[in-house]
Design a binder for this molecule. Sequence first.
Ligand SMILES: O=P(O)(O)OC[C@H]1O[C@H](OP(=O)(O)OP(=O)(O)O)[C@H](O)[C@@H]1O
Length: 278
Amino acid sequence: MIINLDPYFKPLDGEEIQFESFTFSGGEPHLKINPNFDTKESVTITHRLNSFNDLGLLCLAVDALKRMQVEIANLYIPYFPGARQDRVMIKGEPLSVKVYADIINGLGFKKVIVFDAHSEVTPAVLNNCEVVANHKFIAEVIEKIGNEVILISPDGGALKKIYKVSEFLGGIEVVECSKSRNVKTGKLSGFKVYADDLQGRDCLIVDDICDGGGTFIGLAEELKNKNAGKLYLAVSHGIFSKGFDELGKSFEKIFTTNSFKDLAHINIHQINLGNNPF
Ligand SMILES: O=P(O)(O)OC[C@H]1O[C@H](OP(=O)(O)OP(=O)(O)O)[C@H](O)[C@@H]1O
């Protein structure tokens, strides 16, 4: 059985547990599971965890189910919050990925499924974690593009994953890139594309997250300087916090999934996460 805590995110087939959720006037979240619900089956919870509020709702749901003697087996949260803060660069910062993981570990799931984790730190700090790779998503993106592309790895962090995607797709060519940041401010300061000339070839940048988009706008410029053909972007988790106007100018098409939110925008092609990630 399944309980979908985000009513717009239903990635799994199966009978659903009904519940009401609302926020008290003071801002506190609340949840009430159908009191007539009764099952001997174990339950999987699906949720898009984008904020502490979402995490709060998850904790409330787990508690309510446990009090109804329901066995909770799996948690499917495609986007793992805090995953980018997976190291402490400057004294005074939290190790956010561990903060979120410790809370989820405390809920005692048998399996926690995450889609395209930002780095290897997420499965390392999360108990019983299974990471679903982005291979099928990228295969679908390439099918939709319809022409031959080179895969572009924006930085060292993405490289290992991109070589696995390339292998899954039968050995598509990969071009490596790197980005540098100002040590003091952390702001992006430059990009390098490790190729002499791209000779008009079409390029697909593959990464896990697009947030403000600065990484991809900067990299697109560098790829154009290297005579790239059409540019495409595929990110597993589409945050797009600075909108699409600038990104839309840099790319022919942008692809993402519904892991973070639902997007209905002219420049964004959303591919919903497939039915059974298990
Ligand atoms: O859309 P943007 O705002 O440019 O952000 C997107 C980038 O942020 C993340 O990496 P990040 O730089 O956080 O990770 P890293 O330092 O671990 O490579 C992500 O993997 C993208 O590469």
